[in-house]
Design a protein around this ligand. Structure first.
Ligand code: MSP
Length: 513
């Protein structure tokens, strides 16, 4: 039986391990994790890949600066990256290191195919090179003729006898690809389209001066240029050339999530390499904007790097994951500030959601002994208004598929606000005083039911808070087994479950004073 794709396959970039991660790296990783969890919630089989990019000048120089062999250096740093994944509750299914044999041998196999097909040839290359970008530039791209356009630092001149990939032969196919939804958002698609339309040059894909990399199988004096080794991780880790059915189940990748600085590699070189090898191209490359601190791209080189652990220690992991996606429009640059994060924590999380949950659980405990009543009372205007907010949230959440996390979360918070309005409108404490038992039962049931749906809807973004809320509601079965759309409908809460008011979901922040 033919093996066919049945898996939603998504990836983050693989990270250079010249240093430890900062919140800019974590931004891509968290966003990808939210998509992975979102697709699982919708019942998809998901394969989520992240990993580390361990070859190249940048890593080799970092090792030399520490007086270490490259392998020793990367082995030392990689655990710091894996700790970040745990800290941020990243649910990756695989972690690829480009120094692993499974990667290296398959890179060689893939490149051999390109070589055999006549798309790789030897030639001399000379030109400006930026080590930080690990990229060649043309003189016209340099700032003032000498500086890297990204880092504004002097580039180096490199001249080498290399192997070239016949990129120029793929311009028409690439332009046709840009007529599809392959590159997103729109502004990035236009950027690559004009880059390709201006004319493509063949590109050097090997290095002779460097020893640290994947050996070129037909010329062991050379190693592959780190970017061509790195891009291939998406295929090697998915099982390309492994002789198993894994690759057929996963490929083509559904989503490569990247930052806008590495767009050209992913939207031009990568699909061209795949075309050359006769492998299907990925379905979507989405390039997000930068996190800025004080107006500059946050990074380790300009001392603005903030480690995720600093923020998680203060705000908790759920707020960490929520904040960046709610605060910043994903395709655009956005500014991190401590103050705006504090504001989001207090307003959206502690007040809107945390207090709501606490209030409802307290009432169910004190009015009903913790047992969720049968919704015997009739449905009125307040329930209708709530149902409309719910419908808007369920529809709005589909924005996740467009990676418009901000819009998705705004709509979920529209529903959270709706439940708060509902509590105020029905005033269960008054129903209790009036002895309106049926209405009280309807009201409390509705509140618990709404909290159940909220737990589910926030679970891709705030897995810990969602699980804590789910547990407090005493619902049967793990939250992870719930599937949209059915389980997200109102009225699916079984009456008779027992709630427990545990700790506050979002306790008051320690102001450090
Ligand atoms: N190793 C390459 C990627 C190879 S993928 C086949 C690389 N690594 S990186 O560690 O430098 O960057 C990885 C990702 O982190 C990129 O998508 C980059 O855009 C992202 N970010 C690094 N700093 C960032 C910000 N300040 N803001 C948002 N994302 C940023 O490039």
């Amino acid at each position: 039986m033919a093996e066919t794709k049945d898996t939603y396959y998504l990836t983050t970039p693989i990270y250079y391990v010249n240093d430890v991660p900062h919140i800019g790296h974590a931004y891509t990783t968290v966003a990808a994790d939210v998509v992975a969890r979102w697709r699982r919630l919708n019942g998809d089989r998901v394969h989520f890949l992240t990993g580390t990019d361990e070859h190249g000048e940048k890593n080799a120089r970092a090792a030399a600066e520490r007086g270490m062999a490259p392998q020793e250096h990367v082995d030392d740093i990689v655990p710091r990256w894996q700790e970040m994944l745990e800290l941020l509750r990243i649910s990756n299914d695989d972690f690829i290191r480009t120094t692993e044999p499974r990667h290296q041998t398959r890179v060689q196999d893939f490149m051999q195919v390109l070589h055999d097909r006549g798309d790789i040839y030897p030639a001399t290359y000379s030109g400006p090179y930026c080590v930080r970008c690990e990229a060649y530039y043309t003189v016209s791209e340099l700032v003032d003729g000498t500086l890297c356009p990204l880092h504004r630092r002097p580039v180096e001149q490199l001249e080498q006898e290399n192997y070239f990939f016949r990129l120029s032969g793929y311009a028409d196919q690439l332009l046709a690809l840009y007529d599809t939804d392959f590159v997103q958002p729109e502004v990035r698609r236009n950027e690559v389209r004009s880059f390709v339309a201006e004319g493509l040059q063949d590109i050097s894909i090997t290095r002779s001066a460097l020893d640290w990399g994947v050996r070129v199988p037909w010329d062991p004096e050379q190693v592959f240029y780190v970017w061509f080794d790195a891009l291939l991780n998406y295929a090697t880790a998915a099982g390309y050339g492994s002789g198993t059915a894994a690759f057929a189940h996963r490929w083509p990748a559904d989503l490569h999530l990247i930052g806008k600085d590495i767009l050209r590699f992913h939207a031009v070189y990568w699909p061209a390499m795949l075309m050359a090898a006769g492998v299907e191209v990925p379905r979507r490359v989405y390039a997000h904007g930068f996190l800025l601190v004080g107006g500059e791209k946050m990074g380790k080189s300009n001392a603005t790097g903030i480690h995720p652990a600093e923020l998680v220690a203060h705000f908790g992991v759920d707020c960490y994951r929520y904040y960046f996606l709610r605060e910043i429009s994903f395709g655009q640059d956005g500014t991190f500030s401590w103050e705006s994060m504090e504001q989001r924590y207090t307003t959206d999380l502690a007040n809107d959601l945390g207090n709501l949950a606490n209030r409802v659980l307290t009432m169910v405990e004190s009015y009903c002994g913790g047992v969720v009543p049968d919704p015997v009372g009739g449905l009125g205007d307040a329930e209708a208004a709530l149902a409309a907010d719910h419908a808007a949230a369920v529809t709005g959440l589909q924005a996740m598929d467009r990676l418009d996390f901000k819009k998705a979360l705004e709509d979920v918070w529209g529903f959270v606000g709706g439940v708060n309005r509902y509590v105020e409108a029905r005033a269960p404490w008054k129903l209790r005083k009036q002895g309106a038992d049926d209405d009280l039962a309807r009201c409390l049931y509705t509140c618990v039911d709404a909290l159940r749906v909220i737990a589910m809807l926030i679970s891709p973004v705030m897995p810990d808070a969602a699980a804590a809320l789910w547990g407090a509601l005493g619902l049967p079965g793990p939250l992870a087994d719930q599937r949209l759309p059915d389980a997200g409908a109102l009225g699916a809460t079984p009456a008779g479950v027992t709630v427990t008011r545990g700790d506050l979901l979002f306790p008051k922040l320690d102001d450090g004073g």
